[in-house]
Design a protein around this ligand. Structure first.
Ligand SMILES: Cc1cc2nc3c(=O)[nH]c(=O)nc-3n(C[C@H](O)[C@H](O)[C@H](O)COP(=O)(O)O)c2cc1C
Length: 546
């Protein structure tokens, strides 16, 4: 099939996705000259460290890119277009917040194998041989930014989806890994070797055992449905391109690489083809990691470029990672939360779990997990959920805390409030040993870690929250706005509500007070006078009412 004559695609390629984001007001275009080595990522970083809430974050398109040597690049650099915010990620999937779980469940349950086409846009330009050698050629001609100027040892490819193939089964894997530039035709690649790490690593071990180099293609600027499968945890042996087809609802169009035998998305912006050495390793990094610390120099893999293919008017995609929140946590968070929710509800059959929230700022989604529980969930079920969430993945759930449905886990104050009033550390905390050290900075004893489970749900009825009832707060907000006082961003809880211990009689007292009839409440209490009672004794312990 020829790419130009096949029926229209139902899923967006990277450039079409960017147009769609533009239409939604989710793109900032920067036409001023920006240095990719010192200015570009720090500028986007302010979006995440400058008090701009997730709802106001956007993708950045830099059209006038230079480097530290004053060279200019004809290719725009795009940062944040995959998952600069949760809205951008959901736009890429074409769903709202409620649609994320179902679309991932459908894609994993019913993957759709890719279809091979020829004449791929990703191969409009082909560079090989001498075009890959020397300054200004090959990789050196690409506007690859430095992510953490002052620490990183090189410009790094961060939005690369690395395709490899299991030489025994023939099944491909697509994983998002970093790639540090070493020469115009050489990249340092880091595939995690820990349990649950990179899917490309077992492939590398198999090629090593055969005494062969491993073919690998780095796909940049994929259709978003493909890019979102790269960082996602899928069972080993599943081809991410088929899961991407499940997300798209139709086969992903793929093309055979020019110099190696791998299938890659036909609509990618740029494809870097090469062979990874399975004998020698080279020092790689320092580089700013998504666990929020600098990864120090380790021996890692050597990728020798055999060809670079690209669209004529290619865009260079880069992901902003490092300290979270960032694009690298947002690109995982929705799907990871759904993976945990589905495990607890569908595999373990725990009905009381309403939501799973993975803590993102600074801690990077894996280590701190909240389970939002429905009222009345039996204590044993709360604990089954806590144990279940802490054991699903080796690197997730160091701290797991169950909270009631009125607690917003994204609000740290609400979480401390819940701990302060709803959990008894002597009874509601369990500490477990022998957890994997997980994804974190090296140093200290990283052999094993612990797990802390906390049941911070409301376990008994309690007096209402001491804030004015909702109608009074809503009315006051109207007055506030009419008076043009400084803009409000309401924080939950912003009105009082019952926590189970409240009576109609007390409601009537409060209503009489707000009607201006507090004197009749005074008459009532006079009628109820009693003697021989210690002050502070609850009225209901003495009288039947209220
Ligand atoms: C921006 C970004 C950079 C990443 N860099 C690496 C990396 O260098 N090495 C690695 O093993 N995983 C890295 N990851 C995590 C992997 O993408 C993740 O573990 C994924 O599940 C790997 O897919 P796979 O299991 O199919 O290999 C990165 C993720 C993101 C979003």
């Amino acid at each position: 099939m020829d790419a130009k004559t096949t029926p229209k695609r139902g899923y967006a390629d990277f450039a079409e996705h960017l147009d769609r984001l533009d239409g939604l007001g989710l793109v900032r275009r920067i036409d001023a000259e920006v240095n990719k080595d010192t200015e570009l990522h720090p500028l986007v970083r302010w979006q995440y460290r400058g008090g701009i809430p997730d709802e106001e974050r956007k993708a950045f398109v830099f059209s006038n890119v230079t480097d530290a040597k004053g060279r200019k690049f004809d290719m725009p650099v795009v940062v944040g277009a995959m998952a600069g915010s949760r809205a951008i990620y959901r736009a890429g999937l074409g769903v709202d917040a409620d649609g994320v779980g179902p679309i991932w469940a459908r894609a994993i349950d019913k993957p759709i194998p890719p279809v091979e086409v020829s004449g791929a846009p990703a191969q409009e330009i082909i560079l090989e041989g001498d075009d890959l050698k020397g300054p200004g050629k090959g990789l050196d001609a690409l506007p690859v930014p430095i992510s953490t100027p002052g620490y990183d040892s090189a410009p790094y490819i961060t939005a690369g989806n690395f395709a490899t193939r299991d030489p025994d089964t023939g099944v491909q894997n697509l994983g998002t890994y970093r790639g540090g530039l070493k020469a115009a035709d050489r990249i340092g690649v880091r595939m995690s070797t820990r349990s649950g790490g990179a899917g490309g690593y077992p492939h590398w071990l198999k090629y090593q055992a055969r005494g062969e180099k491993m073919p690998c293609a780095i796909v940049l600027g994929c259709p978003p449905v493909v890019a979102y499968t790269g960082p996602q945890k899928l069972p080993m042996g599943i081809d991410e391109l088929a899961v991407a087809g499940g997300l798209a609802g139709e086969p992903i169009r793929v093309t055979r690489c020019h110099s190696i035998d791998l299938l890659v998305p036909a609509e990618a912006e740029i494809i870097i083809e090469g062979l990874i050495d399975t004998e020698y390793l080279e020092p790689e990094a320092p580089f700013g990691e998504s666990h929020g610390h600098i990864a120090l120099e380790d021996f890692n893999m050597i990728f020798d470029v055999t060809a670079i293919t690209r669209k004529k008017d290619a865009l260079f995609a880069s992901i902003i990672s490092q300290v979270t929140p960032s694009e690298s946590s947002a690109i995982k968070r929705d799907a990871y939360e759904q993976m945990f929710l589905s495990h607890l509800r569908n595999s373990l059959g725990i009905r009381g779990v309403q939501n799973v929230v993975m803590h993102e700022p600074l801690s990077n989604i894996r280590r701190v997990i909240f389970l939002v529980m429905a009222p009345g969930t039996p204590k044993t079920e709360v604990w089954r959920a806590l144990y279940g969430a802490s054991s699903l993945r080796a690197d997730c759930g160091k701290y797991v805390m169950a909270v009631s449905e009125d607690i917003n886990p994204d609000n740290g104050d609400a979480v401390f409030w819940s701990l302060a009033y709803r959990a008894n550390p002597a009874e509601d905390v369990v500490i477990l040993g022998h957890r994997d050290g997980g994804h974190g900075p090296k140093g200290g004893d990283r052999g094993s870690d612990g797990t802390m489970l906390v049941d911070a749900t409301l376990k008994h009825v309690s007096a209402p929250l001491a804030l004015p009832k909702k109608p009074y707060m809503e009315h006051a907000k109207e007055i506030w706005e009419r008076l043009q006082l400084p803009p409000l961003s309401p924080e939950t809880p912003w009105h009082g509500y019952s926590l189970g211990d409240w009576s109609d009689e007390w409601d009537a007292l409060a209503a009489r007070a707000t009607d201006g009839d507090y004197l009749s409440n005074g008459e009532r209490s006079k009628q109820m006078r009693a003697k021989g009672i210690k002050p502070n004794t609850p009225v209901r312990d003495v009288l039947k009412a209220p």
